[in-house]
Write a protein that binds this ligand. Structure first.
Ligand SMILES: C[S@@+](CC[C@H](N)C(=O)[O-])C[C@H]1O[C@@H](n2cnc3c(N)ncnc32)[C@H](O)[C@@H]1O
Length: 390
């Protein structure tokens, strides 16, 4: 298929490989000044269809990939300004929303219109209301609320804006490290992670079959907010849990656990697993999203501590995003997450499942195997047992 680009004379460049030697759509001074313009700067005069895709289609899909940030920023800005919460009071015109948010009315109208175009809001006359998507996922009283996660993703923008720098230098950009030193960072992080755990934790607890007829002790290492420990305690009435966390996160976990009414069965132990022992006598240990941040030596050290904390026959359950060259969907997520670790940690990286099984072997665990969880609940679980002989 040939599609002429308007205003251009379709001729080859002097190498016979690229764009036209003259294009009337470009300013006349370019050739007169004798500027040498690379062939790729000239618009192509015609397109072809290769593998059933035209250049225009490729161009459009890349362009839209490049501008994905705009839609995400509309969600982030609405969330940060409190648009969705303001609209829980019912449909309102832009000026009223702006008055509630303390924002500029005309700019607010533009943001709300973008929210309508993205399916977050609906508009009837001059009044805006939350569409189902925002009502379910972005209003604070909903059990499916992920507004804290949206706020954490907003911080992701700052981190990911330094991707080229991180790759050039081969390390965690200094500005990203400083971001985590800002006050409120730990709270923002744990609340964001808890938004995810509220939805995924019940499915994950349901995937692990534990004896229900006897008292069990569970240790959630780097358990953050405590959401997973609470889900296991809810599923197994004879189970008590300890969340082992750094002091700042431990404070947030205590708050969340108290608010969940689970303070009598889920306790929090402040500590640093890189320096401190984890305790002993546990039947189950969770390592969710923790090993990925550790150095190779740190992972082995931590698995050794977990092994020591378990009773003979005890279970360790690891939840991570594994890299898997044979599974392209998982691989995209894993490739992006590997970059995320470069931008937000500086030490850890995503590993292959087979590597993790080798770490478990080395730490003295046996019978390791992968357990599937529903696709929407994210990464699979790797489960292994401490031998009955200890
Ligand atoms: C990615 S978060 C995972 C939180 C939770 N397990 C989850 O899956 O939602 C990693 C957690 O490990 C905790 N952590 C990191 N280093 C730690 C250390 N040295 N000692 C104790 N906890 C640590 C962090 O505070 C954070 O809450």
């Amino acid at each position: 298929m040939r599609v002429p680009v308007s205003g251009c004379t379709p001729t080859m460049n002097e190498n016979g490989t690229g764009g036209p030697s003259y294009c009337s759509a470009l300013p006349g001074w370019l050739p007169r000044w004798g500027l040498s313009v690379p062939a790729c700067y000239w618009p192509f005069s015609e397109e072809t269809r290769v593998n059933d895709v035209t250049e225009t289609e490729l161009w459009r899909s890349l362009h839209s990939l490049l501008r994905g940030y705009r839609s995400a920023q509309v969600v982030i800005a609405c969330n940060e300004l409190g648009v969705f919460e303001a609209l829980t009071r019912g449909a309102q015109p832009a000026v009223e929303v702006a008055a509630r948010l303390g924002s500029d009315p005309e700019s607010t109208r533009r943001l709300l219109d973008a929210g309508v175009a993205l399916g977050l809001l609906i508009k009837d006359g001059d009044r805006y209301a939350n569409a189902q998507l925002a009502q379910v996922c972005l209003t604070p009283d909903s059990p499916w609320y992920i507004g804290h996660l949206a706020s954490l993703e907003a911080a992701g923008y700052e981190r990911w804006g330094r991707l080229a720098e991180g790759v050039r230098m081969g390390r965690w950009p200094e500005a990203n490290r400083q971001l985590e030193e800002r006050s409120g960072w730990v709270r923002r992080f744990e609340l964001g992670m808890y938004d995810m755990a509220r939805v995924t934790a019940p499915a994950i607890a349901a995937a692990i079959d534990l004896p229900a007829d006897r008292a069990l002790r569970l240790l959630d290492v780097g358990g953050g907010h405590g959401g997973y420990a609470m889900a296991f305690a809810r599923r197994y009435p004879n189970l008590t849990a300890t969340v082992f966390e750094l002091p700042a996160a431990a404070e947030v976990a205590r708050e969340i656990i108290a608010a969940g009414g689970m303070g009598d069965r889920v306790t929090v132990q402040a500590g640093d697993f890189q320096r401190d022992a984890l305790g002993e006598g546990y039947d189950v240990a969770l390592l969710f999203g923790v090993l990925v941040s550790e150095s190779p030596a740190g992972r082995l050290d931590l698995l050794g501590k977990v092994h020591a904390a378990l009773v003979p026959g005890g279970l360790v359950v690891i939840r991570e995003l594994w890299s898997d060259a044979a599974d392209p969907v998982r691989s995209l997520e894993a490739a992006l997450f590997s970059l995320h670790m470069l931008l937000s940690n500086g030490v850890g990286d995503v590993a292959m499942l087979a590597e993790a099984r080798a770490w478990l072997d080395e730490a003295g665990f046996e019978e390791s195997g992968e357990l599937a969880v529903p696709e929407w609940a994210g990464s699979s679980l790797l489960v292994a047992r401490k031998s009955a002989g200890g």
